[in-house]
Design a protein around this ligand. Structure first.
Ligand SMILES: [Zn+2]
Length: 154
């Protein structure tokens, strides 16, 4: 029996979830992000806003910075970003500036998202690069991770 081919998309999402869970263990909001190119992981990160005392240290921002360092370019042409939660306005803008090709995310975020919710940044006429968008990957797991985190902190 031939084995089913592993899906690079699902593997990348699994790594993003590992980063999210690691963030939760550090007391950070559990969000993880991965930047891939040609099936290779360029960067992965989880939220570190508390640790770095930096409100911009969202998982996506850190993963983008690391990927730019790795590639030596501020434009991540042909790269895809995987994140466990719908990006906020800041991260959605950074993803656009970085020229990310495809954006994959887990749960939608009605309260803080900027892709399918809120400002819907990529539909704005002032947005000069919109990635292809694939939402809802392992959505229930992503939502549960966040819900459990916030429940435990109450
Ligand atoms: Zn963000």
């Amino acid at each position: 029996m031939p084995q089913p081919k592993p899906s690079p998309a699902l593997d990348a999402m699994a790594l993003a979830f590992d980063e999210a869970k690691a963030a939760a263990l550090r007391g950070e909001v559990p969000v993880g992000a991965v930047v891939m190119r040609d099936g290779t992981v360029l960067a992965s990160a989880g939220n570190r806003t508390l640790e770095l005392r930096d409100p911009t240290a969202h998982a996506e921002m850190l993963a983008l910075r690391l990927a730019c360092e790795a590639t030596g370019s501020e434009r991540l042409i042909g790269c895809d970003l995987y994140v466990t939660l719908e990006p906020c306005p800041m991260c959605a803008a950074a993803i656009s500036f970085a020229r990310i090709r495809r954006l994959y995310f887990g749960a939608g975020d009605p309260k803080g998202g900027a892709v399918e919710n809120g400002v819907r940044l990529y539909e704005s006429p002032t947005c000069h690069h919109a990635p292809e968008i694939y939402g809802g990957l392992r959505e229930s797991e992503a939502a549960t991770l966040l819900r459990d985190f916030f429940r435990d902190r109450r």
